[in-house]
Unconditional design. Structure first.
Lengths: 306, 523
């Protein structure tokens, strides 16, 4: 296992490196000048030059890139142009919020999707299945920017049960997590259903039934375990998407996360901050996918650590 | 099992509304807390470096400056009880007695000098440094007197000293705001979340009536609307889109107020462009645009037409400028005269093709679409390019446009004419983005800068405005009105054209009207 793990980590290095390089080049190619945005139009040209020199923005892009790379081993992601704070500190301040939101959303999604998917698969073609299918389609079709305000309208405005936005208590987490998790739950429900149906048609399930196992035992102890392998893979991918794609949810609920930080950084052409955010998101996505692969191998011993 | 789930679901849906109305939670207003929604988070809360509107608005509550601006943008006393200018190069400010910072330290002339010298120090990279480039020296003959000496006369100087004063030796803080002397002090600030303020009892104008203020950063317009509806926010200045205002709950808890705004939106022309260098073409575009219809349909009437880029109500505004009237027939004639005749009568071919750049703001995009249709009526085919803000602004500044639209925000002094129309103010040295050049405008805007008599300054700026109305280097469109949505119990706020939050300190919470006590709080 250990060898497999290290090999996977080694594989991840070029992925992260590639992402960071592409993003570095892209943000530098974008029109717009961080110094102009920071100092405003009325700043004196000499003042702009000074800042450009100090921020090392006057040097060739390749030199800036080399600078950025050489800082990485020391954990130095540079200094934010906008706030003049170390990028790492900026991200550290926001990252826990994003992680909390994404993890809760995934957790809720799994909690809803697995029972619902099992229910739909075991009652194929019956009302429960149809209902779960319709609910999944509806949930998948509603974009977050629409679902979020709808949830707020109902739970915060009509019922005064939950706060509209903000960060701090568990009650603040409910609506953002529900918004972010609904689409995932719908996707996972369909995955569990499809995957379980496939397993249920296999001979070992019939064999289990022949050995006298009850239907629920056969489903839960044998088929479900195998059915979860593709589900876990999708889960890993969803988590990466949740980390990077929480921007809309974070904006709707005034959630102080990395997604919003990244958008603000792009607006301000805060190159070091954009790179830092992308690097962290890329690292997390790679880490989660690695964890998913290890988990899959545990769930299904047929998957070898190769 | 299925049946059980259905029953449970049905039951929970049935009891939910009852549960909601039965245990309506206490709203912040019931606990005498003012909750303000700002459409974005401040980038900095240090008055020496903050340039963004949200940062400045919070600082108006927490930091006192030498002078403030009143509703007509005239300087009024704040920390300085009086000031004088014995000659055009000298400004003497006399501070009030016994001023204190939030932490109890006395505020003296040396703190004022420190604040401005910190900004002027190149090592501190303050974006405000250019504003004070005329300052030659700052002297403090005693604890209550500050003397600014200028290198050359600069008439707008007084409007530049509206800048929060910090204690001498304050470190430059990213998010940690330095101590101030305004009516409110910072209790806590969470980046991208909220700022919590409490009343400062030692404020020179006496302690503010509302003791607790939360400023929430709510970037989504729909959510600001919902927060107001829910009562978790009870004060939003320009926080609700004009479209959503009619949908605010008519329960009587919220009141909507409006007053003239100071931010003028304009249509910019690139005068280096062959077609647009012709004044007749620019005027044809201006007369083809039905501003009143756009204000009525898209702004829901909540904007005033502008004939100058100066905010409505400015002391330097020229009231004799004749407004550009909507007249499509005249627009067609002007295009004919300029040589852009209609190639095929009622056919599809345009007289002229132009590109219009704008940001991705929804209202701006809809305005662009309206202008596109109106120009089509006179035979101009206009392509709209809606760009991400950084890209858009970069194109505008580098002159990479034919037409664009932007809004001048926070214009306090008519010196803007020098910044926006002097031939030497072409970016990066100013904001003359269209490349306009007129020797008379150059002469008048330079002279007005050095003129100490307000009357003569006003006369110069009036003449500048007449020349601009003749040449039309930009077409001023409208100034959106400032719309305040507040809880009815919050009184005493004065809406100023520059969206100042300074009068939050004069607000108070009046007791709720009798019938609202039982039922009104839920909505």
């Amino acid at each position: 296992v250990r060898r497999y793990f290290f090999r996977r980590v080694l594989h991840a290095v070029p992925v992260v490196f590639g992402v960071v390089t592409v993003v570095f080049l892209l943000v530098h190619l974008l029109p717009g000048d961080p110094v102009e945005i920071l100092l405003g139009e009325s700043a004196m040209p000499a003042q702009k030059e000074e800042l450009r020199r100090e921020m090392r923005l006057d040097r060739p892009v390749l030199v800036q890139y080399a600078d950025f790379l050489s800082g990485l081993p020391r954990g130095d992601l540079g200094t934010s142009i906008r706030s003049r704070e170390p990028v790492l500190r900026e991200i550290r301040r926001r990252f826990p919020a994003t992680l909390l939101l994404s993890a809760t959303a995934i957790f809720v999604a799994v909690l809803v999707a697995v029972p619902l998917g099992v229910l739909a698969a075991t009652r194929k073609g019956r009302p429960a299945d149809t209902l779960s299918g319709v609910a999944s389609m509806v949930s998948l079709s509603i974009p977050n920017f629409c679902l979020g305000p709808l949830l707020v309208l109902f739970f915060s405005v009509q019922l005064s049960l939950l706060p509209v936005g903000g960060f701090g208590t568990a009650r603040h987490l409910v609506l953002p997590a529900a918004t972010l998790g609904t689409g995932m739950a719908a996707l996972l429900t369909r995955m569990v259903r499809a995957s379980l149906l496939e397993e249920l048609g296999k001979e070992y399930v019939t064999a289990a039934a022949a050995r006298g196992l009850s239907r629920s035992e056969a489903v839960l102890r044998h088929a479900l375990r195998n059915a979860l392998v593709p589900v876990v893979t999708v889960l890993g991918l969803s988590f990466g998407a949740a980390l990077a794609g929480s921007v809309i949810t974070e904006t709707i609920f005034s959630w102080p996360g990395v997604g919003r930080l990244l958008v603000q950084a792009i607006d301000a052409r805060d190159y070091p901050l954009v790179q830092g955010c992308v690097l962290v998101i890329a690292l997390c996505t790679v880490a989660v996918n690695l964890a998913t692969d290890l988990l899959c191998a545990r769930l299904d011993p047929r998957i070898r650590y190769e | 099992m299925q049946t059980t789930i259905f029953i449970l679901l049905a039951f929970s849906i049935a009891i939910m509304p009852a549960a909601g109305s039965g245990c309506a939670r206490k709203l912040p207003i019931d606990e005498e807390r003012l909750v303000i929604a700002l459409p974005g988070a401040p980038v900095s809360l240090d008055p020496r470096v903050a340039t963004d509107a949200y940062g400045e608005q919070i600082l108006q509550m927490t930091h006192a400056s030498l002078v403030r601006r009143d509703a007509a943008a005239n300087p009024t006393p704040d920390l300085a009880e009086r000031w004088e200018s014995p000659d055009p190069l000298t400004y003497v400010f006399r501070l009030r007695r016994a001023l204190r910072f939030h932490d109890g330290r006395p505020l003296t002339s040396s703190d004022v000098r420190y604040t401005f010298e910190w900004i002027l120090d190149p090592a501190n990279r303050s974006p405000h440094r250019a504003l004070y480039r005329h300052v030659a020296s700052i002297a403090t003959p005693d604890d209550r007197t500050v003397v600014f000496r200028l290198a050359e006369p600069f008439a707008p100087f007084l409007s530049t000293v509206v800048r929060g004063i910090v204690p001498a030796g304050s470190p430059a803080g990213g998010y940690a705001p330095p101590v101030g002397a305004g009516p409110y002090r910072f209790d806590s600030v969470s980046p991208d979340g909220e700022a919590v303020l409490s009343a400062f009892d030692g404020h020179h104008a006496g302690p503010p009536a509302i003791r607790a203020v939360t400023v929430k950063f709510v970037p989504d317009s729909n959510v600001r609307f919902l927060e107001l509806s829910a009562g978790s926010v009870n004060f939003a200045l320009n926080g609700v889109d004009p479209d959503l205002l009619p949908a605010l709950p008519a329960s009587g808890r919220l009141a909507v107020e409006e007053a003239p705004g100071g931010n003028v939106t304009y249509l910019g022309f690139n005068l280096r462009d062959r077609a647009l260098s012709d004044e007749r073409v620019r005027r044809a575009i201006a007369t083809a645009i039905d501003r009143e219809a756009i204000v009525r349909a898209l702004w829901k009437g909540r904007a005033d037409l502008a004939e100058s880029i100066l905010p409505p109500g400015s002391w330097a505004l020229d009231d004799a400028t004749s407004p550009v009237r909507f007249d499509p027939a005249r627009a067609r004639r002007l295009l004919d005269e300029a040589g852009y005749t209609d190639p095929d009568g009622d056919g599809p071919l345009p007289r002229l093709r132009l590109t219009y750049k704008t940001s991705q703001n929804e209202l701006r995009r809809r305005v662009a679409a309206a202008i596109q249709e109106q120009l089509r009526q006179v035979g101009i085919a206009m392509e709209i390019q809606s760009l991400e803000w950084g890209t858009f602004f970069s194109y505008v500044k580098t002159g990479n446009f034919q037409l664009y639209s932007l809004t001048w925000v926070g214009i306090a002094d008519p010196d803007i004419f020098h910044h926006a129309f002097h031939s030497a103010s072409v970016p990066p040295d100013g904001a003359n983005r269209g490349g306009y050049a007129d020797p008379e405008v150059d002469r008048l805007t330079t002279a007005a800068r050095r003129e100490s008599s307000p009357e003569r300054r006003r006369e110069s700026y009036r003449r500048v405005q007449r020349i601009l109305a003749r040449d039309l280097p930009v077409f001023p469109l409208w100034a959106g009105r400032n719309v305040l949505v507040r809880d009815r119990r919050l009184e005493g706020f004065t809406i100023t054209p520059d969206e100042s939050y300074a009068s939050v300190a004069s607000m108070r919470i009046v007791p709720a009207a009798a019938p609202a006590a039982g039922q009104g709080s839920a909505r």
